[in-house]
Each structure stands twice: as C-alpha cells, then as structure tokens.
Design a binder for this molecule. Sequence first.
Ligand code: AMP
Length: 611
Amino acid sequence: MSTTPANFESLGLSAPIMQALKDAGYESPSPIQAEAIPRLQRGIDIVGQAQTGTGKTAAFALPLLDQLDVKRLQPQVLVLTPTRELAIQVAEAFQAYARHIKGFHVIPIYGGQSMGIQLRLLKRGAHVIIGTPGRIMDHLRRKTLSLDAIKSLVLDEADEMLNMGFLEDVEWILEQTPAGRQVALFSATMPKAIRDIAKRHLREPEEVKIKSATTTVPTIEQSYWQVRGVHKLDALTRILETEEFDAVIIFVRTKSETTDLAEKLEARGYAAAALNGDMKQSVREQTVEQLKNSTLDIVVATDVAARGLDVVRVTHVINYDIPYDTEAYVHRIGRTGRAGRKGRAILFVTPKETRMLRMIEKATKQQITRMELPSKEAVANLRLEKFKQKVMGIISNENLDYFGGVIEHMESEHAVDSRDIAAALAFLLQGKQPLNVVEKAVPVKKERSEKIPGREAARESAREPARPRKEFESKRPHAGDKAQPLKKFPDIEMIRYRIEVGKQHGATPKDIVGAIANEADIESQYIGHIKLYEDYSTVDLPEGMPKELFQHLKNVRVRQHKLNISMPHSGQSGAASQSAPSRKKPGGAPNKKPAGSHKHKPAAKKPRSHE
Ligand code: AMP
C-alpha cells in the first residue's frame, strides 16, 4: 500500500473544506496530496510529477482554497491548463471543494467560448480563474483580466502545454504575475523544457513525486478493461457473471462509493458488503470474517480499509477505480493469490488514465493484458444455460408427481398446452430478473468541434449550481422535432421521442422524468427537454438507447397510460425500436433488473451495522 502517512484531519484544512471532503466521501489523502498540501500551505513552490488519476487536482485546490480571502472578489489563484476540457474539470473540482465556502466564485476561461459571456463573468468577478493560456493572454492584453491580486499560480499538465506549443504563452503569463506569488507546477513527465521553466520562474521549488513500486506477485494474472461504451457498473456485472470466482475484492476511491456499489451488487443478487474507514473496527472485522467463511462473496473496499487484508478464498481483485499510485496497485492486487494460490486482477482504465496504466506497467515490470468485455449475448447465453441447468436439476432430483398432476389438470381445465404453462412458470421463476441483459444507455458524445452551442450557457460559470428536475417544469418554447442539447452535458447527442401521455391524462413533466428515471434507469440529469401536448408529449433522451430499453419503456405507465414511446414521424412506433434509437452505438449497460443466474444469497447476510 502507498505509504500515505497523513489523514485529512492532520493536514489542518479548514472546516468548510473538511466538510466538502466528507461530502465527497474521501477517506484519506492520496500520496500526491499528502506530499503537496503541507508544502503549498507553507507557501513553498512545488514541482509535482503526477498525472490524472493521482488526485493532483485536490492536491493544489484544497490548500489554495484555504488561502483565499473570500471577501476580496479578485482573482487570487490562476490555474493554467492545456485544454478547455481540463479547465472545465478543474473549475468543477474547485467548485465542489468550495461548496461550503460562502460567496466563492471560480471562472473557467477557454478558447472557443464566447467572449461576451467571459467578459460578463469576469466583470462579475471571481477568486479563482482556470484557463487555457491563449485565452488568458487575450484577456490580459485587453485588460479584462488583472493578475495584480494573484497569490498562487498552478501550471497543470505542463508537459501537455509544452506539447501543444503553449510554453511561450505560459512564460509570458508567468511574467505578468506579482513577484511574491507561489507557483505549483504539475507534469506527468519532466522534459528539460519544463525543468527550465521551473528553474526560471519558481523559487527553490521542492519536488513532489509519487513513489514507484516494487514487483508484483507473479501468480496473479493481470488484465485491464478500457472503459468505453458500457457503464462501469454494467461492465462489472458482466465480468462477475462470466468469471469463475470464489471471493472478490473490488477497490473504489471513496467511502460513499463502497456502500453505493455494495448495495447495487446486493440488489443484483450478490452477497456483497462495504469495507471502509468509517466503519467501526469490530464491524470491519466481522465483514472480513464473513468473507472468510463465505457468508459474503464480494467486499467493496477503499485502500485504507483493505490494508493487510488476508483472505485465502479471494480469487479476484477488481480495480473499479484506478489506484493513485503503483504502490497502491501492488498492494491491492496482492489481496488475491494468497497462500501460493492463483489470482486474477482486473483494472478499469478510462481513456484519461492510460498514462497511469503505463506507469503501473513500468514500475511493476509487467505487462497488463487488455481484455475485452464479455458480450451481452455471452452473458445472456450463460444465464440461459444456468437457468436450464437449474430446471434439469429439479427434473432429475425431485419427485414431481404432485406438480405433474396439477399441470395436467390445468391443461384440461383451461384448454392450454403444457408448453404455455411451462413458459409461464419460467416467466414467474425469473421474477424481476430477466434472462436477457438490459443495460443502461451510455450517452454518445458528439464529435468535438471548436464551438459547441449551448456549452457556454451550460458552463456559464462553474459556480452556477445544477438545476436538474426543476427545469423540466418550466415552460420552454417547443423547438420543432429537433432535440435540444442538455444544458449540463452539451456534448451528448439527444434524440426527441414521442410518448403517448399528455395533458389530458394529467401527466406532468415530473411524472415523466420519474417514470423514465426509475424504469429505464436513466439518471434524471440525462433526461432532457419535455414538452406536454394535449394527448401526447415529447421527451429528449440520450442517443444510443438499447433496443431492450426502448421496448421496455413502451410498457411503462404514467398516470395509468402506457408511454408507448416512439420516434416522432417514424410512423411506426414498433419498427422504430428495431433500429432507430441506436443509430450510433448501442450503449451499454444496465439496469436495476438483473441477472437471473448468479449466486443468490439472502440479503440478510449483509452486515448493516456500520450504517
Ligand atoms: P485527479 O488525479 O485530480 O484527476 O483525480 C482523480 C479522481 O480522484 C477524481 O475523481 C477525484 O475526485 C478523486 N480523488 C481525488 N482525491 C481523492 C481522495 N483523497 N479520495 C478519494 N478520491 C479522490
């Protein structure tokens, strides 16, 4: 495990920040945070070698937020990022960590966004500015941004800024900042040009690095799945359904995620429980004991809680969230392959975390093989096979004379044949868990274009809190049959659907959002514009809805009326479902209505006492 010494309490962060960390479910600082935060608090310049996935954003955001003078509405922190995506992401992180700091304002500023909006926001004022170098320079030249009050400056992903040819601009901006300011430079790699910048513009900087680990245990078979097209939870479910496992430890980053994920797995029929640092020692011990004695099969843990965990029957470790450093990775996968047994480790890697994957491979001197996710068909076939086996097992092992008589009686009494009765019984048996695999649509991103209409408004400022459901209730103009982009996720391609409930049925947008969110398991924030007409309505949903989901939604009811969803103008609500909704990618995953076939254990076995 990483040698992270500190806990957040010992870092002396202010109460509002501590509350935000609690809200986020963070358990302990990542190694880069433990190293960087105390230095930044002491005003020391730092050069941090860290990439995405190490927790570097909080490493600079937390201490710099604490140093702000909130009463003074002037830019006191400037963060330069190579891309607008990162600018937005970092602004959102600042906003989240500052959620309990009253009156706090942050503005992301990047090329491609309308100048008008930026000027308006800058005029309104902010404490923190996050921006791409080119656009920041524009504002400095126009004198629409002043750096006079800047106390700290962060160069995030400096090597990327170098690759993109921004280094001169970065130096120019550095020269415009007050002499006494503190600088934190973060870079995944440290080419000479970056070191030179550090030499020229930083004051006796201290290096902050995450340690690279030793070697891994050779009996562990390691693979990774590149997160794409399928939600992580659905990918996990597919893996759990197809892998032969005895016990599994799933690693996540936050305490809240341990409980969320354990509950979701439990709802899917697994004997799963959380293990995190918030739980009492006695409860943690009890959970580990239950994993040992097979009362539990899956434990969803944070690094801290799983430290030293030694359970021989753990055959699999799944890194649901990538670890912060290679040491954590080595520790995590070492929870399997105990007592000389074979083990399997699976790592989920989002595209942005690829660099972290390479770093792990380098430090462990082992290649991690890329794995393909089992297909939905493979999972469905397996479920069917298990189902058949279950039925055949009963036929061969049980005395069915009495029930045989009941069936014969039904056949003659209701003039139905035994095939239909058997089918109805199979239907009953599967209950809410379908044999086919129903998964949640993964929103498909639009092609990247320089200007994404709607984005500016959506992100007008990271300070504007999301207003999810409410906006559906507001009367907005009907925009023909073209779906409107989501305010919050303007990159997601939306499709306008027609549903057969409207004002005359007493339906409200809230009812519709509720029904779709619950039944299709589409988060309400992905449900777009809803327009009510007399006897029907339209609703905008992310493109890529799987066929099964589309079919399922047809039968969902609002105010007792079936939605009978269709694509407007397709003229054939049924046929549309065969192809239209999944024009690009049939998304992935999943749903609350799960698998009929994996291990079923009584829910009562889950220890709940930690809650
Ligand atoms: P970053 O490397 O800054 O891109 O952060 C990667 C992810 O780790 C983000 O989703 C953060 O919210 C999360 N994260 C950062 N610090 C912590 C922490 N101490 N505990 C749990 N999650 C964290």
